[in-house]
Design a protein around this ligand. Sequence first.
Ligand code: UD1
Length: 338
Amino acid sequence: MKKVLVTGGAGYIGSHTVVALVEAGYEPIIVDNFYNASPKVIDRLELITKKKIKCYNVDCCDASKLDEVFKEVKPHAVIHFAGYKAVGESVSKPLMYYDNNLTSLLKVLECMVKYEVKNLVFSSSATVYGDPKSVPIYEDFPLHVTNPYGRTKLMIEEILTDFAKVNPDFRIALLRYFNPIGAHESHLIGEDPNGIPNNLVPYITQVCIGKLAKLRVFGNDYKTHDGTGVRDYIHVCDLALGHVLTLKRLDEVTDSLYIYNLGTGKGSSVLDVLHTMEKVVGHPIAHEIVARRPGDIDACYASPEKAFKELGFKAKYDLYDMCKSAWEFQENNPDGIK
Ligand code: UD1
């Protein structure tokens, strides 16, 4: 059974990927410092997979502890999710973001070189496209970032591109996620933000359970079908499967660097999401239109063609499924994963 080291494996996308890895016959091993995830996630992963999930409570920036993990595990591949991810916080604390996100990647890469672990999947983001010249977005579009969080993603992509050029025996994939939402069907794992959510769907579900008064729709004068911002929402379980397909692909290919969008190719507006969620919960959801949020763009959705052609990746869940699972997770975990 191939061992896959999953850094940040207790987080939102990481935990769903751990489940997909077990289902595909891999042995995932988690490295997480639980800065932004509950240790309870591990128990829940064991309930879902009915397997013991090995987990190291280690910060990837801690070179000597990480070295011990690599020495002990000797994985076949690494999926690197660990990192800070809040855009607003990255603007107010840029050094914290550069230090953590870049250091952890560098330490992981150094261990991979030392222990000859040659397959790496990196968790990038559609944020690297900035305000795209058109939609859908193809992988060869120009890259442009507007905040320190996005810059750490782009800098890591650049570091890995330089590294891949001089390490032709490595197989590296950069996965650019669009907007992951939803939760595993068990409702045991899902998006569990600290404090008031920044992202649309967890904000709406918290309005629905009465924790927040109403959704503020950030702007209705965008160049989109109803004036509200359009994004490519993808079910986190579809996204998780994308990682499994990528790992398989890395075992077959001969080049050292691959880049894929993981999205559905469909754009949905804020009001589309709101109205879908209203169908799911069966009543209107309080909302008001307010000013635009600084830094937001009109529309962002993927061309999913390359991932389909080369990975066989195709999202199977639609917006209703995604909203339903997000809501069910929220209902079952009103205070998050405690
Ligand atoms: C945001 C980040 C992006 C990150 C992604 C991770 C920004 C500018 N971008 O993407 O870098 O990779 O999260 O998931 O923060 N909206 C509202 N009201 C709300 C919240 C959101 O109207 O309370 C709208 C936004 O204006 C946007 C859409 O909902 O049109 C989606 O917003 P969000 O879920 O925050 O994702 P992004 O901004 O696309």
